[in-house]
Design a protein around this ligand. Structure first.
Ligand SMILES: Nc1nc2c(c(=O)[nH]1)N[C@H]1C(S)=C(S)[C@@H](COP(=O)(O)OP(=O)(O)OC[C@H]3O[C@@H](n4cnc5c(=O)[nH]c(N)nc54)[C@H](O)[C@@H]3O)O[C@H]1N2
Ligand SMILES: Nc1nc2c(c(=O)[nH]1)N[C@H]1C(S)=C(S)[C@@H](COP(=O)(O)OP(=O)(O)OC[C@H]3O[C@@H](n4cnc5c(=O)[nH]c(N)nc54)[C@H](O)[C@@H]3O)O[C@H]1N2
Ligand SMILES: [Mo]
Length: 671
């Protein structure tokens, strides 16, 4: 038996070290790399069986062209030569007739490898395509953090194991960041408490010491209320505020304009819960706040993060003290993105299109998108307002290329379907957004069938188009070395000797992460003047505060991840599943609905069928649809994103997946 190391490529903060065992060239087993400081020898249930996905017969293994109607997924095998010939000639023709901007690339983080993720950029820049604003996940979170913290990396997660109080604020650790959980366990063995702040009692909340049922979007009110309470009681960290921050007076003055009662009311907590949380924080200087990206997925999401980091700074959690810190994203190895994206290849600026507004981009945008090139993403399942996206994908005059591993709901609409390798067949370098390790990998197995990596696909396509600029002549090793050379945080020894595949490297940034007393690139800003408003305050939500809409669709829907899916990846494992909708008993009774029944969740944008789960874990008025299952409702095809909107976040243009008004009715059949 042979063993090879690799890294999990999935879009998850854990970026696990994997040990693959092979027999006769086949992967027979995957384990967590015991030497990886964060993974520490275990894998999540999804990835323990990832080799079955890699070696599945259902993989797309050859180029194919569409033979049936769009959406039917009927294809015929062609050769790579024919596929590239067709692709190059269609793209050339479209550019000639409509200009380069008629082509829209659509890609995200299906594979987090640095090269794989940005592999198409050189090509699209050279072609002059429309630009995709990659906003679907963390752009609100990043903008909010940067406004106050600048380039300060988040605190290392390991600090949490020394905390006395851990706040899981808008994050479902046991589902979306499972390797953080052992740190929580370690802390709790020493007597620490875990508190969860979330609109519903999620998996982590069920295992926590305290649970605080916040109103969705009530986070800024809560954080500001806590800051005000602790300011009034003289329990903030003056020493830290004076030495390492600026703008505090403006922040304090604005807190004084608010009434504590109004803030508590706005947060959705009752007074008792609020006082209990304030007391916990005041009594535990060793507090660690794990901030989720989940709480940013609404129209006041960036403001929520802004208020929480201001609370953290006012408590001095960024002073490097034991057990103290705040982690939103680690940002452990910032690198020079130009070595991956090659903006210099673009002749002139082209229009930019927000990826959460793909529905509009394909249906109403003028001049129209005539070609869509999808890779490392499954937009029909993951982008909001899916009925619009579906309508766009069905356009006869849209040429759609999908580079995929599986026939996803998006791939069903492809005119040209191209086979993609998995990370187990690639070279790449992986950083993480939840810890401070990085690693470089080489293929564990050779490419299956005729699958090509993102990198190889775009290099070949560029050659076919006659592009011969330097980036198109790079080998994968050259591209990797060129980028790795720019990474901050790489220890000097590694810089000298090069990054060896299989090794796990800890970032140098960890030394001053979450710690202004060692960070020399600026101070914490309570009142950054380049954002509006400079000081965090409570904003009204858009959809959730729309009284007219609420009269028609009185329930608030949030759509967080589930354990067995990674966004929509692994959808093929749940062929007939429709997922559940969690609802409070009071709301079920009012609608005469019973548990286990198939219900239709609907609003003005569309509908989605789910199996009803009745539980007090959802607060009254809130419904929770976990998991982006593939469109697989037996009778009609819709997904959970048929319900969500193209509305964007208050900063960063992000998606608002956790802010949709809906109602629910019986679907007439029983599951
Ligand atoms: N198993 C699994 N793991 C995953 C993923 C997956 O799909 N499946 N997705 C990965 C990706 S791409 C990402 S970005 C991360 C995301 O992981 P997280 O940062 O955990 O984000 P979400 O899971 O969207 O939401 C986390 C929690 O926020 C809560 N929430 C919703 N609205 C609010 C609010 O207004 N305030 C507060 N306080 N909480 C709110 C939700 O109820 C949920 O419990 O997870 C990654 N890990
Ligand atoms: N309702 C709702 N919608 C959401 C969210 C939510 O919480 N609720 N979360 C949002 C978030 S946080 C995110 S990050 C987005 C994620 O959206 P996406 O990035 O689209 O994520 P996935 O659904 O995982 O789809 C990735 C696809 O890439 C393919 N793939 C993997 N590796 C490669 C490769 O190397 N090459 C190619 N060509 N393809 C590859 C996989 O097979 C998979 O089909 O979804 C968002 N959508
Ligand atoms: Mo994400």
């Amino acid at each position: 038996m042979e063993r090879r190391k690799t890294i999990c490529p999935l879009d998850c903060p854990d970026a696990c070290g994997i040990q693959a065992s092979l027999e006769n060239g086949k992967i027979i087993r995957l384990d967590g790399d015991a030497e990886h400081p964060f993974t520490r020898g275990f894998l999540c249930q999804k990835v323990r069986t990832y080799h079955h996905r890699v070696q599945s017969d259902e993989r797309v293994l050859f180029p194919q062209i569409r033979t049936g109607a769009k959406g039917d997924a009927r294809f015929e095998r062609i050769s790579w030569d024919e596929a590239l010939e067709l692709l190059a000639s269609r793209l050339t023709e479209i550019k000639r007739e409509h200009g380069g901007e008629a082509l829209l690339p659509y890609c995200y983080a299906g594979n987090m490898g640095a090269v794989a993720r940005w592999a198409g950029y050189a090509f699209f820049n050279r072609y002059g395509a429309s630009r995709l604003q990659q906003t679907i996940c963390s752009s609100a979170a990043k903008a909010a953090w940067a406004a106050h913290c600048g380039s300060l990396p988040g605190s290392p997660p390991e600090i949490a194991s020394h905390a006395d109080l851990i706040l899981a604020w808008g994050i479902d650790i046991k589902v979306t960041n499972v390797h953080f959980w052992p740190l929580v366990t370690q802390a709790r063995r020493r007597g620490a408490k875990l508190a969860v702040i979330d609109p519903y009692r999620n998996v982590t909340a069920r295992a926590a010491d305290f649970y605080f049922p916040i109103r969705p979007g009530g986070d800024a009110a809560l954080a500001l209320g806590l800051a005000k309470r602790l300011l009034d009681e003289g329990r903030l960290n003056r020493k830290f505020i004076d030495r390492y921050t600026e703008g505090f007076d403006e922040f304090a003055a604005s807190l004084n304009e608010n009434s504590i009662d109004a803030l508590i009311e706005d947060s959705g907590l009752d007074r008792e819960q609020f006082e209990a949380l304030a007391e916990q924080i005041a009594q535990n200087p060793k507090t660690f706040i794990r901030i989720g990206i989940g709480l940013t997925r609404n129209t006041t999401g960036a403001m929520s993060v802004r208020a929480i980091v201001c609370l953290a700074a006012a408590l001095g959690l960024f002073d490097g003290g034991a057990g103290r810190g705040a982690l939103l994203m680690s940002n452990a190895f910032p690198g020079d993105s130009r070595r991956l994206e090659f903006p210099e290849l673009s002749e002139k600026p082209t229009r930019s299109i927000n990826m959460v507004q793909l529905g509009d981009a394909l249906t109403v945008l003028a001049p129209p998108v005539k070609a869509l090139f999808v890779y490392s993403s499954n937009p029909l399942s993951v982008a909001p307002d899916a009925s619009r996206v579906r309508k766009g994908l069905a356009r006869e005059d849209l040429f759609t290329v999908v580079h995929e591993q599986f026939v996803t709901p998006t791939a069903r609409y492809a005119d040209l379907l191209l086979p993609a390798t998995t990370s187990f067949e690639n070279c790449d370098v992986y950083t993480s957004y939840g810890h401070f390790q990085l690693g470089r990998v080489e293929p564990v197995i050779p490419a299956r069938g005729e699958a090509l990596s993102n990198f190889d696909l775009f290099q070949r396509l560029a050659a076919k188009m006659g592009y011969d600029d330097a980036p198109f002549r790079q080998s994968i090793g050259e591209r990797l070395d060129s980028y790795i050379g720019t990474l901050q945080g790489l220890p000097n020894a590694v810089r000298k000797e090069g990054l060896r595949p299989g090794a796990t490297i800890t970032s140098d940034e960890v030394a001053f992460a979450g710690n202004y007393s060692r960070f020399e690139r600026g101070r914490f800003r309570f009142a950054p003047q380049h954002v509006e408003p400079a000081v965090p305050r409570v904003l009204p939500s858009r959809e959730f505060a729309d009284a007219e809409l609420e009269a028609r669709y009185p329930l608030r829907l949030i759509t967080p991840p589930m354990l067995g899916l990674l966004n929509s990846t692994f959808g093929e494992r749940f062929p007939k599943w429709i997922g559940t909708l969690m609802m409070h008993p009071r709301d079920a009774e009012a609608r005469n609905l019973s548990a286990g029944e198939t219900v239709e969740v609907f609003n003005g944008r569309g509908y989605n069928r789910r199996t009803l789960a009745i539980s007090e874990d959802a607060q009254p008025g809130l419904v929770v649809a976990q998991g982006i299952y593939w469109e697989n409702d037996a009778s009609e095809s819709t997904g959970v994103n048929d319900l969500t909107s193209q509305q964007t976040t208050d900063l960063g243009g992000g998606g608002t997946f956790h802010e949709s008004l809906v109602d629910v009715r019986g679907a007439g059949s029983r599951a």
